[in-house]
Design a protein around this ligand. Sequence first.
Ligand code: SAH
Length: 399
Amino acid sequence: MMQTIDVSVKPDFVSKYKDGYPLISKESIKNWDKVKEEGTLLNLLDEKGKFILKAYHGRQNKGYGWALSTDKDEKIDARYFSKKFKSAVEYRKDFYADESTTAFRVFNGEGDGVGGLTIDYFDGFYLLTWYSLGIYEFKEEILEALKNSVEYKGIYQKKRFDSKGKYLNEKDDFISGEKAEAPIIVKENGINFAVYLDDGAMVGVFLDQKDVRHTIRDKYAKGKTVLNTFSYTGAFSVAAALGGATKTTSVDLAKRSLPKTSEQFRVNKINADTQEIIVEDVFNYFKYAVKKKLLFDMVVLDPPSFARSKKRTFSASKDYVNLLKEAIQITKKGGIIIASTNSANFSMMTFSDFISKAFRELKGKYKIKERFTLPKDFKVLDSFKEGNYLKVVFIEKIK
Ligand code: SAH
């Protein structure tokens, strides 16, 4: 059991924490120098010494810890985590009941009451992602709680913190139960995805885009030519092809994207030879497309928030306007641009400004058809809006 220490919140921050803001910052605590080990439990007190909340210390790029409870006597043990997991499972009962969907998020960090930990479900397997050493210190209690709360085939983990030192020799992502096939085939609204639970940092599909894929397949794809940029394993291309797109073109810099994308087509019984999969820098591809006068009915943009390649760095907050301008030039009149970003650095409002700026600079016209943020299984708190990092806008190019 981790030690608990009292810390004082600076007066300016007290009401924020009382209103449910879950992320603990170093600046908000008067005597932060008392806090040493990650995983330490903190009782946050106001200037009069009155209890506000209990938190744990864990370092992420976002902050220094997360709130856990407003009950002074709450023990942060397996029973505590079981309660959280059971209500998280209850909140996703429609997902569990839906036979056409066997992959979704079961526990979304602070949105479900414990920041720094997510749990995803893949056809009976559970994948825990630890975002700090601090939360990882609760691994034993968390595993016991998970095993008590769900039926599982197997449990896997990903560590998203520097695991040097203490955990250096613990390389395996597999924790418990039976091992998963490599890959397992999961479903999302009837779309199949090949998922690898023990093959590097990512498993092959980003579950936060489920509503967007569903919408592309059911409402936008039929009879369309689709360019999917920053395509990774081609999940948007697969959704479009299943929705009746005449052809998809997937472009990604990473060499592995070619076999990975072919595989996603194959597990959906689409012949990958009828589709185009290109390993190339997206910005070079745009130049090529302009030169060849290629025009698409639909262009998907889903860049990483930040990327450095040999030739350039891309930052969504600085470069999205230019990216949009490139896409607008190769989209047919009446066509659709799907602009997506997972950058938590700017709001939907700012993203809308990027879109308006890009069209204005090209003297174009557009209409916004629909917008998406995180889907239901990625639960977010009203008191922590920045937890809803995803922004996706379907834009019709009028001129
Ligand atoms: N749209 C994908 C997820 C994209 S992840 C999906 O729906 O699953 C971001 C991808 O961008 C990574 O696969 C990375 O290899 C790729 N990438 C980063 N910079 C790139 C560039 N300049 N050109 C092409 N691909 C790039």
